[in-house]
Design a protein around this ligand. Structure first.
Ligand SMILES: [Zn+2]
Length: 335
């Protein structure tokens, strides 16, 4: 991908205009919900900044900088990420990735050693004399010590360095880091543009977009996890539970085999639509039976706990059973 997505024009113009005027901010923070193309925007921006013979606002696609960026081997492009496998990380488009730092162990944080090493590399001269890029994907993963180390770099940035931060939980990022960056906000595109991104059209694609909260790249991910089948399994399972034709033990065993992201999206989507129906509104995707509000609220409360607890493999099934308990018609007779 060498151009921003269709709904990112204003953010692109803000950055390209600043570059043309010679006042590009040394730290850009791309913030917004998951699945709206923030990483793709940063990939397009990186490609353009590293191109040695750009045509206006596009990378040429053919120079040394373009080829190395596309191959993920540009020496002046450093990506910090909590992932540990050396795999493409930038966006949904093949071939668009920057150099990746392999980690020995799985981790959910960017740690201070990574940021210190980044600092050492950024203080060296650029290999090709152009920009040195540091991408933090996502900056939300910085732990406290790492955020403090990054803050020092942001306060006294090495020459020709551009920091590109991605965040989907802006409130979790220290205010001191945020205040050193130019904020670029990203949100969900209009429905027509979102639909155009999906590989398919029709009711299942619309369901995927709905359950993804309108975020097209997340919707595409759900389509890849067969969200239609997962949605039907969750809907019929919860109907059976509400009618005492299934119990939490059986359902949790069946559902643990479903793709995790699709299951999460289906459970949240079911709750959202059931709440609308319980409040008297119409809702196209709700399940046939709508339980009373009090039980829906209890289910919603358990759902947040479930997402936290299921990270531990040993309690995953128990957590799912507990989630389903408030909706089980047989709950009273079992106690
Ligand atoms: Zn080029």
């Amino acid at each position: 991908m060498s151009a921003p997505l269709p709904w990112q024009t204003s953010q692109w113009e803000a950055v390209s205009g600043a570059r043309a005027a010679g006042r590009l901010h040394h730290a850009l923070l791309a913030a917004g919900p998951p699945g709206v193309g923030k990483a793709d925007f940063l990939a397009a921006l990186s490609a353009w900044l590293l191109c040695e013979t750009p045509r206006s606002e596009e990378p040429c696609g053919d120079c040394r900088g373009c080829r190395q960026h596309a191959a993920g081997s540009h020496p002046d492009c450093i990506v910090l990420s909590p992932d540990y496998q050396n795999r493409p990380v930038l966006g949904a488009y093949p071939g668009q990735r920057c150099q990746y730092e392999p980690r020995k162990k799985p981790s959910s944080v960017i740690n201070v050693e990574q940021v210190r090493e980044l600092g050492e590399r950024l203080h060296a001269s650029a290999h090709y004399g152009g920009f040195k890029l540091a991408l933090l994907l996502p900056a939300d993963a910085l732990n406290t010590a790492a955020a403090n180390a990054l803050l020092k770099l942001l306060e006294e940035p090495p020459d020709n360095t551009l920091f590109l931060l991605l965040s989907q939980r802006l409130a979790h990022l220290p205010a001191t880091v945020r205040s050193r960056c130019q904020l670029l906000r990203f949100s969900t595109p209009p429905l027509a543009q979102a639909r155009a991104v999906l590989s398919r059209s029709g009711p299942e694609a619309d369901l995927a977009l709905d359950l993804a909260g309108g975020a097209p790249l997340r919707g595409q991910g759900l389509l890849g996890q067969d969200i239609g089948a997962v949605w039907r399994a969750v809907g019929s399972g919860l109907d059976a539970l509400l009618g005492d034709k299934a119990d939490p033990l059986r359902l949790s065993r069946e559902w643990l085999k479903l793709p995790q992201e699709a299951l999460d999206a289906a459970l949240y989507g079911w709750l959202r639509h059931a709440l609308r129906r319980a409040a008297g509104a119409t809702s196209g995707h709700a399940t046939a039976t709508v339980p009373p509000l009090a039980r829906l609220r209890a289910f919603g409360h358990e759902l947040d706990d479930f997402l936290r607890l299921r990270e531990h493999p040993l309690v995953k099934e128990l957590a799912l059973q507990r989630l389903l308990y408030p909706l089980w018609a047989g709950a009273g007779s079992a106690t």
